[in-house]
Design a protein around this ligand. Structure first.
Ligand code: PMV
Length: 323
């Protein structure tokens, strides 16, 4: 068995429209954040333990010893992947690195899981289809989040913007007529997705009709968002994001820190802004109509308390390149 080191990566992501509603079967749009990524370096040995190292966060998980609860879902993924690629009983060492902040709505767990599956397949000299990668990565994602919709794994595995629903899966949403520029601002507040998804579930049980209405509104906004992206209408997308923020606040997943950054971004010239991901912390996403507006929006967010900012963009894909 080869002891070569195979390295694979996967990008971060943000949800543009439709978070939470997507858990309840509605549509959501997610876009990759290509400037942030997770990377897995994997060596497979003929025999021995499975060892996962994440030195940046001081975490180590070993199948034969000290177990870190944080990495345990990835340990489960490794055993399933070794079984799937006909290498049950093999030993494995994986070193995990990431520039995606954790518990910040940027899909760090999904990106690490996708990078890890790809690196395991490469180390075993096995091809890995999109279906195999996403199915195996979902094992870890379920361990991290309890009841994930699957959108994070899909967007990080594809590396392109998608619209996703549980029933229909994912399809690319590609801008054909204009580029889109976004500023991401980190509230600096860590919010565990599972806890916020659980709070929404509790609210849904209390007032199902109110939540169904909210999810339908978010679904309609995601549908309009697809049209805006595909027709290249950045000015249309901003108000849709603002409306989504109001609905998300009404179901209790905003926070004072999020509201402060949303306000600051809009006042500094963003065409729209909202929380991105589970909420109650994590990132805010703002759209700007010109890249020239980016520095002012970033500065305003930092002044309003953002721990960090970064940018991501969707570049137009000429129609002939889509076929
Ligand atoms: O992992 P986050 O924080 O980006 O949240 C994912 C989005 C949710 O809709 C809240 C959960 C899910 O599984 O889709």
């Amino acid at each position: 068995m080869s002891a070569k080191t195979s390295v694979r990566s996967a990008p971060g992501k943000v949800i543009l429209l439709g978070e939470h509603a997507v858990v309840y079967g509605r549509r959501a749009i997610a876009i990759p954040v290509t400037g942030r990524c997770a990377e897995a370096s994997v060596q497979v040995h003929a025999a021995g333990p499975v060892r996962l190292e994440a030195p940046q966060i001081g975490e180590l998980w070993r199948s034969d010893g000290r177990a870190s609860s944080l990495l345990a879902p990835l340990g489960e993924l490794v055993f399933a992947a070794l079984r799937h690629f006909d290498a049950e009983g093999a030993g494995l060492t994986a070193r995990l690195r990431s520039t995606i902040p954790m518990a910040a709505g940027m899909g760090s767990g999904a990106a690490v899981a996708v990078a890890l599956v790809r690196a395991i397949a490469a180390a075993l000299d096995r091809p890995s289809s999109h279906e195999e990668v996403t199915r195996l990565a979902m094992i870890a994602e379920r361990g991290f989040h309890g009841n994930p919709s699957g959108i994070d794994v899909e967007v990080t595995a594809r590396g392109e913007p998608i619209v996703f629903s549980k029933a229909d899966g994912a399809r690319p949403v590609l801008p054909a007529a204009a580029d889109f520029h976004f500023v991401l601002a980190d509230t600096g507040v860590a919010a565990a997705t599972a806890a916020v998804v659980g709070a929404v579930a509790a609210g849904f049980t209390e007032a199902p009709e109110r939540y169904e209405t909210a999810f339908d509104e978010l679904d309609a906004l995601a549908t309009k968002g697809c049209d805006a992206i595909e027709s290249g209408d950045a000015a249309e997308l901003g108000p849709l994001m603002d409306q989504a923020q109001s609905v998300l606040a009404a179901i209790g997943v905003s926070s004072p820190e999020i509201e402060a950054l949303v306000r600051a971004a809009r006042n500094a010239g963003a065409a729209g802004a909202k929380l991105a991901g589970a909420g109650r912390g994590g990132h805010v996403i703002a759209i700007v109509l010109s890249p020239n507006d980016i520095p002012a929006v970033e500065r305003a967010c930092i002044d309003a308390g953002a721990a960090d900012t970064c940018v991501t963009k969707l570049l137009r894909v000429p129609r002939e390149a889509k076929t």
